[in-house]
Design a protein around this ligand. Structure first.
Ligand code: NAD
Ligand code: MLT
Length: 529
């Protein structure tokens, strides 16, 4: 694959990509048209927080399979647009947690003891010992907004230094907070009680400007640390609050605009200390996130599960070998079902029976949807198939039953418009040999490959010979055939595996015979012909 890297990552990640056989190109600091040009033929894009990955980027990169974020924050990536374009977005959420939490602790001390301010003055030759009277963290209360990965590591570290912990996080369990020795509280209470406030939420519409003038007023002489994301704290309000002494000091690593605007008011306030988004900037963290992203890009390229995919259905890596053959089987069953269905689809049901029902089948269901939508020429893959279904108002029903009558595992894909429906069941012989074993309740045994002709016909003598003759006369070689019927002389279903495609004329010749109810040509290679 061609991998484009537009923000610097550790060499370990680049080496890993090259070792995995990818062609790696770097184009740092590109934006606008230059970025769109650079990404045009890329299969994978690697970024940190510097590259804005907008809808335009996805438009410009038709072959893009995955965007890897070497770090956690994905607020610079339009994930909805990625999903619409069927592009996986994956991040590396673990690798820099320690680095970010250590930086937070360092920033808390730096502001409480005015270390950068004293440092600059001493470097300038000034011995300002009498000007600084710091604050100890021991015995003080730390208010943590966002008790996720980084917030929890900060809690452990500053808790161990003697701080009382009060946390605001509506999505974390009381039990987890207890384990960390933190008390869960409302934002208001956390602000009231905190001597130090530290922010560890993502930037979302909900957290944007979460901490503004009114919230800062509650801090009454406390300290504020933000090593999460700019935009969560109102920067102008913070600058004023520190300037006015309402907040004693602030330590800020992240900004609403990065690189920081030279006019940012925070830069003018002496008791606001700043670092240029260095939270994750340790050698270990950068190596971790770079290799994690490289691994995920290689996994995506090889069709394996992408461990930290944010917009794609996931599969546990250890379960992948068991689930993998069903991914293709479900897609094929979906393709056959839709090509046998003449109506507008309103729902797709995917039923899992037998051993497969014990597995996590989210990805298999997404693949069944891909199979259903692909012959309709919708631009679809397993990433965007569930959202395409939602957008088009197609109900998706997934069901599981532990028992399966005749097979160890059976996957059934049914398409329906509420009145009419077509169902196709598939299984794996000997664990990995895919077979279609039922079509609309008829027992068949078809190899789902290449070209198929599925004919609904009357069960009368000579009809199979007739179809065979028409195919033979038109140089269509029959690789296999299976006939199933309801009752003698009733309706029958005949499935032909073919080596060659069936043209419209051949299909029409077969359809014209009065014994034929309906012939369907199924292509498993592409769109409906
Ligand atoms: P995380 O997803 O593990 O944790 C975020 C926590 O915030 C979750 O527990 C979530 O429940 C909580 N949360 C979400 N919305 C909330 C709300 N409205 N109010 C209160 N809590 C809310 O993320 P993480 O790995 O801990 O990262 C936290 C932040 O740190 C992110 O913004 C990330 O981008 C940033 N980060 C920055 C650096 C850096 O270099 N400065 C490095 C790593 C992470
Ligand atoms: C992150 O979200 O992981 C951090 O902001 C680190 C970074 O990429 O600089």
């Amino acid at each position: 694959m061609k991998v484009l890297i537009t923000d610097p990552i550790a060499d370990a990640g680049i080496d890993r990509l090259r070792d995995d056989g990818h062609e790696v190109e770097t184009a740092y600091d590109v934006e606008g048209e230059a970025l769109l040009d650079a990404v045009a033929d890329a299969n994978a894009l690697v970024v940190r927080s510097g590259t804005e990955v907008t809808e335009d980027v996805f438009e410009a990169a038709p072959d893009l399979l995955i965007v890897g974020r070497a770090g956690i924050g994905v607020d610079n990536i339009d994930i909805d647009a990625a999903t619409d374009h069927g592009v996986i977005v994956a991040n590396a959420p673990e690798g820099n947690v320690r680095a970010a939490s250590e930086h937070t602790v360092a920033m808390a001390f730096a502001t409480a003891r005015s270390i950068p301010q004293a440092h600059i003055r001493l470097k300038d030759g000034e011995w300002a010992k009498g000007d600084y009277l710091g604050t100890e963290v021991n015995g003080k209360t730390l208010g943590i907004v966002g008790l996720g990965r980084v917030g929890q590591e900060v809690a452990k570290r500053l808790g161990a230094l003697g701080m009382d912990l009060v946390a605001y996080d509506p999505y974390i369990s009381e039990e987890r907070a207890d384990q960390l020795g933190a008390e869960l509280a409302s934002l208001e209470e956390a602000l009231d009680r905190a001597d130090f406030l530290t922010i560890h939420t993502p930037l979302t519409p909900e957290t944007e400007n979460l901490i503004g003038e009114a919230e800062l007023a509650q801090m009454e002489g406390g300290y504020v640390v933000n090593c999460a994301r700019g935009g969560i704290i109102d920067e102008a309000a913070l600058a004023d609050a520190v300037d006015d002494g309402i907040v004693a000091g602030a330590a800020i690593d992240v900004f609403a605009d990065e690189p920081i605007d030279p006019d940012n008011p925070l830069l003018d306030v002496d008791d606001v200390i700043v670092t240029p988004h260095l939270g994750a900037s340790t050698a270990a963290a950068q190596q971790n996130v770079a290799t994690s992203v490289a691994e995920q890009i290689s996994a995506a390229g090889a069709g394996r599960p992408v461990a930290n995919a944010l917009n794609a259905p996931s599969i546990d890596e250890s379960a992948f070998p068991r689930v993998k053959p069903y991914i293709e089987l479900a897609e094929t069953a979906g393709k056959i079902a839709i090509q046998l269905f003449d109506e507008r689809i309103e729902s797709v049901s995917v039923d899992y029976a037998g051993e497969i029902a014990d597995e996590d089948v989210e990805f298999v269901t997404a693949s069944a949807l891909k199979g259903v939508f692909e012959p309709l020429e919708w631009q679809v893959n397993a990433v965007n198939a569930p959202s395409i279904a939602e957008e088009r108002g197609i109900d998706v029903v997934e069901s599981k039953t532990r028992s399966s009558e005749d097979f160890n595992s059976l996957v059934t894909v049914e398409v329906s418009n509420g009145e009419e429906s077509v169902s196709v069941c598939g299984t794996l012989f000997a664990g990995d040999d895919p077979r279609i074993v039922r079509i609309d309740g008829y027992r068949v045994d078809a190899i789902p490959h290449g070209h198929m002709l599925v004919v609904r016909n009357n069960d009368t003598p000579g009809v199979i010979g007739f179809i065979g003759t028409v195919l033979g006369d038109n140089d269509v070689n029959i690789a296999g055939m299976f006939n199933a019927r309801e009752t003698i002389g009733g309706e029958a279903l005949t499935v032909y595996n073919l080596d060659d495609p069936v043209t419209d004329d051949v299909r029409a010749t077969i359809a014209a015979d009065e014994r034929i109810i309906e012939p369907y040509y199924i292509s498993l290679n592409g769109t409906i012909e």
